[in-house]
Structure formats: structure tokens, C-alpha cells
Design a binder for this molecule. Structure first.
Ligand SMILES: *[C@@H]1O[C@H](CO)[C@@H](O)[C@H](O)[C@H]1NC(C)=O
Ligand SMILES: *[C@@H]1O[C@H](CO)[C@@H](O)[C@H](O)[C@H]1NC(C)=O
Ligand SMILES: *[C@@H]1O[C@H](CO)[C@@H](O)[C@H](O)[C@H]1NC(C)=O
Ligand SMILES: *[C@@H]1O[C@H](CO)[C@@H](O)[C@H](O)[C@H]1NC(C)=O
Ligand SMILES: *[C@@H]1O[C@H](CO)[C@@H](O)[C@H](O)[C@H]1NC(C)=O
Length: 143
């Protein structure tokens, strides 16, 4: 059974102003994080699309399911629903410090939800239902 875990987060804008990006994270660390996420996914459908589309040598901002900020090459959204992805969620996801939207609904992600997701201070939408995940939404998201 999929675990229902849909959370819409509304942070006070005042709070958001106070939350600067970690100074040691940049577009290179975003690429590293995305590749770590890819390496934890063992299959994708159709035709193992991530293996071919998420290829180094092209900007990760052009990869399927990846959206970057208009102003800089930082990942703001991951939209990976209905893709028959199987694997675990890499803890490096917690380094995508510009991420506001994460949707992995309806795949076969398994294992434990990494605590590092709790580091994503800009995250507003977290949709992980219809997977085989265990563990809990990090407490920092509780309203
Ligand atoms: C990005 O951050 C990493 C790790 O903190 C650092 O090693 C690297 O030099 C930085 N790259 C740029 C382009 O700032
Ligand atoms: C990945 O897919 C996107 C969207 O279909 C496409 O624009 C891009 O060129 C593809 N990149 C590669 C390396 O296949
Ligand atoms: C999940 O996605 C598959 C296609 O990948 C689709 O056939 C199925 O109906 C979807 N299920 C849900 C609950 O969205
Ligand atoms: C995912 O798959 C389900 C079932 O086929 C479908 O109802 C839903 O619209 C799909 N989601 C998107 C955003 O395409
Ligand atoms: C990213 O995340 C991993 C695991 O959470 C961590 O070990 C690493 O030091 C982080 N920082 C960078 C810049 O990749």
C-alpha cells in the first residue's frame, strides 16, 4: 500500500527572508546531488529514460523532471511522478537547497525517507504517496 504523505507547507514570508541558502552549496553540488539521486534509482520506464536523459555533459536543468530557477542553475522542482522509478531516495537530496517542490508520487521508491529532507528549508510541496517508503516526514515540516 502506498503511504499517503502529502503536505502543503506554508511558511511565513518573513521566516523565508531569514533563511539564506547554505553558502557552501552551489550548482555543482546540485549536480552532484541529482547524480546521487539517479544512482539510487535502479530502473525507470520507459526505456530507462533517466539513464539516457540524465546524462552528464548536458545541463541538469534540461533533464526530464528537473526544473531550475530562472535566474541561476539551481534545482527548484523535481517532478518525477508516474515514472515507474524503483530504488531508494538518496540522502544527498537534502543538499538541493533551492528545492521548493518535490513530487515522486506513484513510483516504487522503497526504504526509509531520509532525514536530510528536513534540511530543505524552501520546500513547500512534498508528495510521496503511492510508493513503498517507510519512516516519517522529518519533524521540521510539522506545522
Ligand atoms: C561549490 O561547492 C563545493 C563544495 O562546497 C566547492 O568545493 C566548489 O568549489 C564550489 N564551486 C563553485 C563553482 O563555487
Ligand atoms: C532530456 O529530455 C528533455 C525533455 O524531453 C529534452 O529537452 C532533453 O534534450 C533531453 N536530454 C537528453 C540528453 O536526452
Ligand atoms: C501510476 O502510474 C502508472 C503509469 O506509470 C499508471 O498506470 C497508474 O494508474 C498510476 N497509479 C496511480 C495511483 O496514479
Ligand atoms: C498519473 O497516473 C494516473 C493514473 O493513470 C493519472 O490519473 C494521473 O493523471 C497521472 N498523473 C499525471 C500528472 O499525469
Ligand atoms: C551533501 O549531502 C551529503 C549527504 O547528506 C553529505 O555527505 C555532503 O557532505 C553534502 N554536501 C555536499 C557539498 O555535497
Amino acid at each position: 500500500m502506498g503511504k499517503q504523505a502529502t503536505i502543503f507547507l506554508n511558511f511565513l514570508s518573513l521566516l523565508e527572508i531569514c533563511l539564506a541558502a547554505s553558502p557552501d552549496l552551489n550548482s555543482s553540488t546540485d549536480e552532484h546531488s541529482i547524480l546521487a539521486i539517479k544512482s539510487h534509482i535502479i530502473t525507470s520506464y520507459p526505456n530507462n529514460i533517466l539513464a539516457t536523459n540524465w546524462s552528464q555533459g548536458t545541463s541538469f536543468c534540461t533533464w526530464i523532471g528537473v526544473t531550475c530557477s530562472r535566474r541561476r542553475p539551481r534545482v527548484t522542482a523535481l517532478n518525477l511522478f508516474n515514472m515507474s522509478l524503483e530504488g531508494t531516495i538518496a540522502k544527498e537530496i537534502g543538499n538541493l537547497s533551492f528545492l521548493t517542490y518535490l513530487n515522486i508520487r506513484n513510483n516504487t521508491f522503497n526504504g526509509v525517507i531520509p532525514d536530510e529532507i528536513g534540511n530543505l528549508r524552501r520546500l513547500r510541496v512534498l508528495e510521496m504517496s503511492f510508493n513503498q517508503l517507510s519512516g516519517e516526514i522529518p519533524p521540521s515540516f510539522e506545522l
